[in-house]
Ligand binder design. Structure first.
Ligand SMILES: [Zn+2]
Length: 251
């Protein structure tokens, strides 16, 4: 069920992540069709991939969030009533709702039956997937690219779904290590492939802007499951394919 209390600008984003333009997976009554609807009945899977619906006050104007932002402005010695800051509490409220829209994405609607039976067992790689996320320790951005690979065991997922799985987890408060694992585990649970590899490279503004721990400003994280964990040849093949991208960029 969509969260009825989401404001329009957040609902629009959630829908964009869940559904491709022109995609229509609902019948007249707003019920999910076919495959997706059947999977809704699977309690175990629902538990694994259920969206987290917050209990915030996203649709309350001049609510506690605006009040809290005003308090921050006062605390840092600003005048929240001066012209440039007058609408800042409202803008900040809307912005955080957008940047955390991933909590409201329903993975079943996102996948929408785009899992196909195939007789193909070579590595599938999607790389250079850009993402923007917020570090949960400072609420400052970290951003970069993700690369996702898997080795099918009879099933593949529509390629456009993978960047949106990344976006679903990026638009939350995150730590990069957890996001990397969540992307890998989600593909593992949807496809049960022979293996999944996820590699994320990102810059963290909380380290860069504050000028501390410069070595942590750029962070790479990986998650190797199944065959990628067990087989170093496969891992090397994966990294080789990522390097081809870097080599190309140097020209
Ligand atoms: Zn941080």
């Amino acid at each position: 069920m969509p969260s009825p209390d989401l404001p329009d600008h957040v609902r629009k984003l959630v829908t964009e992540i869940e559904r491709e333009i022109g995609e229509d997976d609902f019948d007249g009554d707003g019920r999910l069709r076919g495959d997706a609807a059947e999977r809704d009945g699977d309690a175990a899977e629902a538990e694994l991939t259920r969206p987290i619906v917050g209990h915030g006050s996203l649709s309350t104007p001049n609510g506690p969030v605006e009040e809290a932002v005003r308090e921050i402005l006062l605390e840092i010695g600003e005048d929240p009533d001066r012209q440039g800051l007058k609408n800042t509490p409202d803008r900040v409220h809307r912005m955080y709702a957008e940047l955390t829209a991933g909590y409201h994405v329903d993975p079943h609607r996102l996948i929408n039956g785009a899992v196909f039976d195939v007789d193909y067992s070579e590595m599938v790689v999607v790389k250079d997937i850009p993402f923007y996320s917020l570090c949960e320790h400072h609420l400052l951005p970290f951003f970069g690219t993700a690369a996702v690979a898997y080795i099918p065991r009879g099933k593949v997922i529509g390629l456009s779904k993978i960047p949106r799985i990344v976006e679903m987890y990026a638009r939350r408060l995150q730590v990069q290590e957890r996001m990397t694992h969540q992307i890998a585990e989600t593909l593992q649970s949807i496809l049960q492939p022979r293996g999944v590899a996820v590699w994320v490279e990102a810059s963290h503004l909380c380290a860069k802007m504050r000028g501390v721990r410069q070595n942590e400003a750029d962070l790479t994280t990986g998650c190797m499951l199944g065959a990628f964990e067990e087989d170093s040849t496969l891992r090397n093949d994966f990294f080789q394919r990522l390097k081809l991208r870097s080599a190309k960029l140097e020209y």
